[in-house]
Design a protein around this ligand. Structure first.
Ligand code: HQG
Length: 181
């Protein structure tokens, strides 16, 4: 059933939405780290996806190069992107010299003035690769802009970074560490 690519992408997007933003509306109550039982997620997804199996969810998790999800034992969570309250169960770590953030040109002035803020999410999302930042920005604009974040310098000055794979989470990044590419 989930050999169909579009349904597979739809499932991935819907899982992201439920686990990041609105688990309660689907009868799910994540623990403090954002984990829910895979069986309970399956029940929540059945209305929309019918005969869905745990193996479909596992495939979504495994086939995602951005590593959006994590399975631990019989539980699953979104790795990043949350607007719901979650506690990160990993320590901050030293980032690479530079990280990237793609966004709409409409945000330039505000970001250069106030820095990068989490807005509706819990953390600022940065990309390790410029190409990924471009794709992130494309969600907001046909002609996105890319900011370089002087991450190592910011880290040395006390800003925390959390390595999630291709995505790095951060607290608000002050404007002094940000420049337009
Ligand atoms: C902007 C997706 C004005 C910021 C993506 C962004 C990512 C400001 C928007 C992940 C600002 C928030 C997150 C300021 C930040 N003034 N605008 N001071 N500070 N902004 O969608 O980073 O593919 O919540 O530039 O790929 O775009 O779904 O965050 O445009 O990795 O796995 O406020 O979500 O991941 O937008 O995206 P978002 P984002 P997935």
């Amino acid at each position: 059933m989930f050999g169909d690519k579009n349904r597979f992408i739809s499932l991935s997007k819907f899982m992201s939405f439920v686990l990041r933003h609105d688990p309660q509306s689907f009868g799910l109550f994540p623990d403090q780290y954002g984990f829910v039982k895979i069986q309970e997620l399956l029940t929540a997804l059945k209305n929309r996806y019918g005969a869905i199996k745990a193996s479909d969810i596992e495939k979504v998790v495994q086939d995602c190069p951005k590593r959006r999800f994590e399975i631990k034992g019989e539980k699953i969570r979104a790795k990043y992107g949350h607007s719901i309250d979650v506690v990160l169960d990993q320590d901050p770590s030293e980032p690479p010299d530079h990280l990237y953030h793609g966004t709409s040109p409409a945000m330039i002035n505000s970001i250069l003035k106030d820095g990068l803020k989490p807005m509706k999410r819990k953390y600022v999302h940065l990309s390790k690769m410029k190409e990924d930042a471009f794709q992130v920005g494309r969600r907001k604009s046909k002609n996105p802009v890319i900011f370089i974040v002087k991450a190592k310098e910011a880290y040395r000055r006390g800003i925390k970074f959390y390595d999630m794979g291709l995505v790095v989470l951060s607290e608000t990044v002050p404007p002094e560490f940000i420049q337009l590419t």
